[in-house]
Write a protein that binds this ligand. Structure first.
Ligand code: NDP
Ligand code: 8X3
Length: 251
């Protein structure tokens, strides 16, 4: 059976993707910082498919490299890496936010994703045809909005990094895709607002956001396309989310 490694599997898209791949019989390497949630996933999925959980902070390059180096034999032939771990913080205007929050977003969404990718490239290349790296970008990587500042910029990095990877991976059979979701109801806004459940509920109320399972389905679809197809970028929005007009500062 093929193997998927999913970062940030303890919540949202990552957890839903774990369930989706498991339903198709894939073996799973599931990572995140919250061990108790990883244990719950292992309990839920472990009697259907082979599951390896790794408590891992993607920002820790050494720990990531060590974990990949020490993968048990049964989990070494990874077919699909889902670089999903990420977060937004500080939804206020740039001039009002803490520098530490910018650093956390860069360390997680950029450095963390790069850490995991660097460690996993030899494994994916060894798998060859049919292997894929699926990076979870965001509409925020292409479309600016107030309060997007560093978050959107990290997702623009994710998109361009993926395209550049594709150039270097030519001939290896390894595919790279940027999946760029719009608004989706996960713990994302709870994290962004540092635990403001009311703000999170308000954002998703009165409309129909994407659900984690919607994006999990797209991830699984991309991972299981025939070997000769590479989706470069897949932008997915709720039908009820669209763009705003430019805004003008007037006297
Ligand atoms: P959630 O907050 O529900 O899930 C985020 C996941 O990332 C958690 O499993 C969390 O695990 C993990 N994570 C965060 N920081 C780290 C870290 N330092 N090391 C390891 N794992 C980490 O949000 P989503 O499911 O919505 O987010 C998943 C991805 O989707 C993110 O990259 C996000 O930017 C992106 N996205 C989200 C959208 C949305 O509207 N929800 C839209 C577009 C993109 P733990 O805390 O256990 O470490
Ligand atoms: C997050 C999606 O719409 O909040 O990546 O920018 S959105």
């Amino acid at each position: 059976m093929p193997i998927a490694m999913i970062t940030g599997a303890t919540s949202g898209f990552g957890r839903a993707a774990a369930h989706r791949f498991a339903a198709a019989g894939w073996s799973l390497i599931l990572t995140g910082r919250r061990t108790e949630r990883l244990e719950a996933l292992e309990q839920a999925l472990g009697d259907k498919v082979r599951v390896l959980t790794l408590t891992l902070d993607v920002r820790d390059a050494e720990a990531v490299a060590r974990a990949v180096e020490e993968l048990p034999d049964a989990f070494r032939g990874v077919t699909c890496l889902v670089n999903n771990a990420g977060l937004a913080l500080a939804p206020k205007p740039a001039q009002e936010v803490d520098l530490a929050d910018w650093h956390t977003m860069i360390d997680t969404n950029v450095t963390g994703l790069v850490n995991v990718t660097h460690a996993m490239l030899p494994r994916l290349i060894a798998t060859g045809a049919g292997a894929s790296i699926i990076n979870i970008g965001s509409v925020a990587g292409s479309w600016p909005y107030p309060g997007g500042h560093v978050y959107g910029a990290t997702k623009a990095f994710v998109e361009q990094f993926g395209y550049n990877l594709r150039c270097d991976l030519k001939g290896t059979g390894v595919r790279v895709t940027d999946i760029a979701p719009g608004m989706a109801e996960t713990e994302f806004t709870l994290v962004r607002t540092k635990g403001d459940q009311a703000a999170s509920d308000a954002l998703y109320s009165g409309t129909t956001p994407l659900q984690a399972e919607d994006i999990a389905e797209q991830i699984f679809h991309v991972a299981t396309l025939p070997d000769h197809i590479n989706i470069n970028r897949l932008e997915v929005m709720p039908t009820r989310q669209t763009w705003s007009p430019f805004t003008i500062d007037r006297d």
